[in-house]
Design a protein around this ligand. Structure first.
Ligand code: AMP
Ligand code: MG
Length: 326
């Protein structure tokens, strides 16, 4: 079912934001936990609700590229070009902080991350609200990002004042973040806009960090992680590895590549992963949640090709499989 928030819901959400409350917001990437980006007390509630350390900066969502200069200073020409080409869309740019952005929102930094989400409900809210909203993913810190309104309710329950319905997220992984504080741009986190698209728009190659080593403030080894332990294996080995894990007594969940669908797998639960990278990205967090729901204690997943959305998928899976805090 794909129920969308209506005008009355938008009005209610605006009231919640104006009162310093928290709204769960559908975007094309994942659901966000939104507060008035200019209200330090409201922003503090985001950190509290997520259990997120306060020095981890938030992304400010704005209603259109025409508002960019109200939130950031010294915007380089290359950033304007990308805003023109990719907004609304899953591209976040880190820029010099505009005076209206409180340090609570930027985690104490003199830079600010800004994007325009490509979702009709998010855009309607931003239009009616008039300001910007700080919105990290609407999940507990470190856990799997929500891609449906039900996921948000399961994650945060009463921690959120109002949930705007927007259906299932179409991209399914977070935005690409680029450092645009100078003309020499670099990718800080791979995401919904691909490296290839960015390079095509800029007419030059871009550095992409080794996705297992991304160190933006706010990025910890284990993140995007379900309750079950995630282990990455070669797709050709996945069926054999599942059998071995079962013999060791695990309740194993398996990401089965579509080209192996129909292969009998000795596992507690199986999700079939579509061959297209877009569909893998769209489904990724839902698969992790589903295998958790089914009570798996171990998830065997595989990395896709390192092109297009494959970079973002690999980044999230590596972090999901990363070392857990003791
Ligand atoms: P999320 O938790 O998905 O909203 O991710 C927000 C990401 O944006 C985090 O990885 C932050 O480190 C990054 N970010 C936000 N603001 C900044 C900034 N001013 N400089 C660098 N990275 C930022
Ligand atoms: Mg997040």
């Amino acid at each position: 079912m794909d129920v969308r928030a209506d005008a009355a819901d938008i009005e209610k959400a605006v009231g919640v934001l104006r009162a310093g409350g928290l709204v769960a917001l559908p975007t094309e990437t994942v659901y966000g936990l939104a507060a008035d980006a200019e209200d330090p007390a409201a922003v503090a509630r985001i950190f509290q609700t997520k259990g997120r350390p306060p020095n981890h900066p938030l992304i400010v969502h704005i209603g259109g590229a025409e508002h960019l200069d109200a939130w950031a200073e010294d915007v380089p020409e290359a950033a304007r070009l990308l805003a023109e080409r990719f907004w609304p869309g899953p591209l976040t740019m880190v820029l010099r902080r505009g005076a209206r952005v409180p340090y609570e929102t930027t985690g104490g930094l003199d830079t600010v991350a800004v994007r325009v989400p490509n979702h009709p409900v998010a855009l309607a809210l931003l239009d009616a609200f008039g300001g910007g909203v700080a919105a990290p993913s609407a999940n507990r810190f470190g856990s799997v990002s929500p891609t449906t309104a039900d996921d948000v309710r399961a994650e945060l329950g009463d921690g959120v004042d109002f949930v705007l319905e927007g259906g299932a997220c179409e991209v399914g992984v977070e935005s690409t973040i680029i450092d645009a504080t100078s003309e020499s741009l670099s990718i800080l986190r791979p995401g919904g806009v691909t490296r290839e698209e960015l390079e095509e728009a800029l007419g030059r190659p871009l550095d992409v960090p080794d996705t297992s080593e991304v160190r933006v403030p706010g990025q910890h080894p284990s993140h995007y992680a379900p309750n079950a332990r995630v282990v990455l294996v070669d797709p050709d080995e996945i069926v054999a590895e599942a059998e071995r894990a079962r013999e060791l007594g695990h309740r194993v969940g398996v990401f089965l590549p579509a080209d192996l669908s129909g292969t009998p797998v000795d596992a507690h639960a199986v999700v079939t992963v579509p061959a297209s990278l877009d569909a893998y990205a769209r489904g990724l967090y839902g698969y992790l949640r589903e295998l958790d729901r089914q009570g798996c204690d171990l998830i065997l997943a595989y990395l896709p090709e390192q092109e297009g959305l494959g970079l973002a998928i690999a980044n999230r899976l590596r972090r999901a499989a990363g070392p857990r805090p003791a």
